[in-house]
Design a protein. Structure first.
Length: 152
């Protein structure tokens, strides 16, 4: 992802709920009105996930609000959308997701500098409650150390 690209949607829950191992960039196969809705920021990926079916990657539960000025075409806002990845990347993801505990989670959706809609996919492993508590405790200790360092 370049610095010039425009971030449309960010999944904050993903970083909190998962350990992120690898990150991939994928294109999204969209229809015209969906692109217009994306440009307006009418999208949510909070509960989204990706699955591999028959050698293709699909993104499920991504909500794109229907564009109000399109009357000739109805598009289901929660339909599965195909992600565009290289065959080599797909084969690698197939091997990784078959391992126990790994899932594909979208982290952010953005437009590239060329104007293409892209999604940043993460190969992630779910955190347990005690992992989340431990991480919060470590953050709190770091903050406390920084406060002490500032005073002295």
């Amino acid at each position: 992802m370049n610095n010039n690209s425009k971030v449309i949607c960010y999944n904050r829950k993903a970083v909190h709920d998962y350990f992120i191992d690898e990150v991939y960039e994928a294109g999204i196969a969209l229809l015209g009105p969906e692109v217009k809705s994306l440009r307006n920021g009418w999208v949510s990926i909070n509960d989204s996930y990706a699955k591999i079916k028959k050698g293709e990657v699909f993104l499920y539960n991504m909500y794109i609000k229907p564009y109000p000025y399109t009357h000739h075409l109805y598009i289901d806002p929660n339909r599965p959308r195909k992600l565009l990845l290289n065959k080599r990347e797909i084969n690698r993801l197939i091997g990784k997701t078959e391992e126990r505990g790994y899932t594909l989670i979208p982290i952010k959706i953005y437009f590239s500098t060329k104007g293409w809609a892209k999604v940043q996919l993460a190969l992630a492993k779910g955190k347990r409650k005690y992992d989340k508590r431990r991480i919060l405790k470590e953050k709190e200790l770091k903050r406390e150390l920084e406060r002490i360092k500032k005073r002295y």
